[in-house]
Design a binder for this molecule. Structure first.
Ligand code: PA5
Length: 475
């Protein structure tokens, strides 16, 4: 998509944080004095992120993804074209950072019932992201796809993630049993040299593979081949997605938080966090954007939930992300947000112009409760409910702010992803933690290895057996 400067400006994402301030929230809001008091810290966080951009050793390679993938993007586009021609279904096998991005982009930028459309009405194969190992789900998938007509994108940086590799074994076996060469149905996205998938590719005679760079962790990988290949297969304009990310990067160049939307969001969240707001609700008013909340939940939780600072000082920081959908969750969670504990920051994702308007016909004229809706559109209704919820929260003294996407498309989604990634990086820098590791996930992984008898975990197995449930504590 060609984008003139005027189009870029028109599609620019903006952040409205008025409802975070004491101007509207009184003593429940953030004062200009408090905000200004954090200017220096924000500047330092900005400097830290800017100075370390692109450094693989710090896992900050993601900052350069909008700029350094020219060749691989061409390769991905060519491969995607072949896949679209050859296969009926495209299945991502991955978990966490290897799955949440592809699911999000699919829902954001494709028809909401893509898989149910007849082939003539969709440009791409049916699409599935298998990010769990529930055996019922695996069987259900195998019931509805023909493996002989399916391409499987195995996405794992380490190639050692039990969930993904168990799926890999099942699918490879199914392909062999179906009498086809697995190599022709697999694409790997993995670490360049270290991952087990590199070895498996050799064993299978050279599987088409894409590299997830050393300095790009799973949750920051959506703009790498992890997300770009599935998106390209779906016909999403991945060049424009990257342009959107680069545009947001440009909008976030300033060290002045009043001129840098990601830095402002990070500073506000940091202030709120230090004031006991331990919950970050993300509430898109758009079904297309509903899985942005899942992707954000991992980014925010895994990056910021840490127990030690970079100086080795103990800390227990982070905010619990909560996923909500407007308007659906107005009828489920908003009661709590409005009247429950003062422990949340609600971030709305609002849409300026929906792809469909949804005219509401006149009718039920004798029933004013219903007839007033006639002549409006669903777009007007959803936008009004979005504003009304923000208003109600503000009236109740609840911190909330709005990220406005003028429309949902590849350019605005690219901006949004980069906004959240930068916001996370700045917040991690303010908290002085390692934003890019996830040691808290390791203990559970190791215990699984022990329970399934992986060599080298005997001691842990004994410990687990000892810690088995006490019958006295079972009711
Ligand atoms: O963000 C992360 O790093 C994790 O969520 C990983 O993406 C997830 O654990 C999968 O790891 P891998 O890509 O090695 O299979």
């Amino acid at each position: 998509m060609k984008l003139s400067e005027a189009m870029r400006k028109e599609l620019r994402i903006t952040v409205d944080y008025t409802n975070m301030t004491d101007r509207l929230l009184g003593d429940k809001g953030i004062s200009a004095k408090t905000l200004e008091g954090h200017r220096k810290l924000a500047r330092a966080a900005h400097a830290y992120v800017s100075e370390n951009r692109g450094k693989d050793e710090l896992f900050m390679g993601w900052t350069e993804l909008p700029y350094n993938q020219g060749e691989v993007v061409e390769d991905i586009l060519a491969t995607a074209k072949l896949i679209r021609r050859k296969f009926d279904a495209f299945v991502v096998l991955g978990i966490g950072g290897s799955a949440l991005g592809p699911s999000m982009a699919f829902t954001a930028l494709c028809h909401l019932h893509h898989n149910e459309l007849p082939r003539s009405k969709r440009r791409a194969p049916r699409f599935y992201v298998e990010d769990n190992i529930d055996p019922v789900r695996m069987k259900a998938l195998l019931d509805i796809i023909d493996v002989r007509k399916t391409c499987f994108n195995v996405i794992s940086k380490s190639g050692a993630t039990s969930e993904t590799m168990a799926q890999y074994l099942i699918i490879t076996d199914a392909l062999k049993k179906a009498g086809v060469n697995p190599k022709e149905h697999l694409i790997f996205t993995t670490d360049a040299a270290r991952g087990n998938l590199v070895k498996l590719s050799k064993e299978l005679g050279g599987v088409k593979s894409y590299v997830l760079g050393d300095g790009v962790g799973g949750r920051f990988s959506e703009l790498s081949p992890v997300g770009l290949l599935p998106a390209a297969v779906l016909g999403i304009d991945i060049k424009t997605l990257l342009k959107g990310a680069a545009y947001m990067d440009k909008l976030c160049k300033s060290a002045d938080f009043r001129k840098n939307p990601a830095l402002m969001c990070a500073t506000l969240q940091y202030i709120a966090m230090n004031d006991g707001k331990n919950v970050s609700v993300l509430m898109p008013y758009s079904d297309n954007l509903r899985y942005v909340s899942d992707w954000y939940a991992q980014l925010w939780a895994e990056s910021l939930g840490k127990n030690v600072t970079l100086d080795g000082e103990p800390c227990h920081v982070g905010q619990t992300p909560v996923k909500a959908l407007g308007v659906t969750d107005q009828h489920s969670q908003v009661q709590l947000y409005t009247e429950g504990p003062y422990d949340k920051v609600v971030t709305f994702l609002s849409v300026g112009s929906y792809a469909e308007k949804g005219e509401i016909p006149h009718g039920a004229e004798g029933i004013p409760d219903v007839s007033f809706l006639g002549g409006h559109t669903l777009e007007e209704l959803i936008q009004a409910e979005n504003k009304a919820t923000a208003y109600a929260l503000t009236k109740a003294g609840r911190l909330n702010y709005t990220i406005l996407l003028p429309a949902v498309n590849a350019f605005t989604l690219g901006q949004l992803l980069f906004l959240f990634e930068l916001q996370t990086a700045y917040t991690g820098a303010m908290l002085r933690i390692d934003t890019y590791n996830q040691p808290g996930v390791e203990a559970g992984k190791k215990a699984t290895f022990a329970l399934l008898g992986k060599p080298g975990y005997d001691l842990m197995k004994r410990d687990l057996d000892r810690a088995a449930s006490d019958p006295d504590c079972i009711v």
